[in-house]
Design a protein around this ligand. Sequence first.
Ligand code: GLP
Length: 275
Amino acid sequence: MLSILIDAPTGDFEMEVIIQESPDSAARVAASIIARLIREKPTAVLGLATGGTMEPVYRELVRLHRNEGLDFSRAATFNLDEYIGLSVEHPSSYHAFMQEHFFRYVNVAPDRIHIPNGNAADVPRACREYEDRIRALGGIDLQLLGIGRDGHIGFNEPSSSLASRTRIKTLTQETLLDNARFFGEAESVPRHVVTMGIGTIMDSGQCVLLAFGASKAEAVAGTVEGPVSASLPASVLQFHENVQVIIDRPASGKLERTEYYDWVYEGKPDWQRYE
Ligand code: GLP
């Protein structure tokens, strides 16, 4: 087959599907995208996510901070979501998750770390202030995303408005059960959460979504190749101009065009690849 590789940008950025052989190599790709941004723009505003999928990403960012001097001191962060009614010290809160996996090891200034407040006296007002603070810092440059088996991003469950902003949501029973592993049992998972909205996520300059394992394959296929629908919230990313979907082979299992995605990625000049 004739194939000419030129050392020029391929232009295939809009929804870039990057299939890796393991979660660790996928996490390295995501971390190197973030590292590149921080080096180019030290004051970058990062949108951060929680969940098991993110653990290897934070491990790699911590390694880059320690071994390669990746400097977060001028960056700011906004987390996607938090449970309502859990104290920030509760080991299953997303505040605790972020301390445990990332913030305690790196040098993000504490006053530039933002996580939704699920304990505010007036939660809707705290949600509006969260949006204001994102805007005041110039908007999110890069938003990290995991995905639920039902296609949720952040905690925007199916049927969420595709224009939604930071607000209170009720979790589905499926998500409650999925997240019970962080709590011990489903009964203790709070039913209500605060989450950035889909509109908030779509306003960010770049979205990097990760998914690992066969249990995410259907949601990934719907996100990339399905119709855009509030029934699968992540599918709205098809309307975003700069999205990387970084997945392992099992999570790619239900995609129809994997050969094409591999072909596009392999055809990129070295400087445009992320490893
Ligand atoms: C939670 C989080 C999501 C995350 C999802 C997947 O619902 N709010 O942001 O994407 O879990 O989690 P995991 O990576 O553990 O599969």
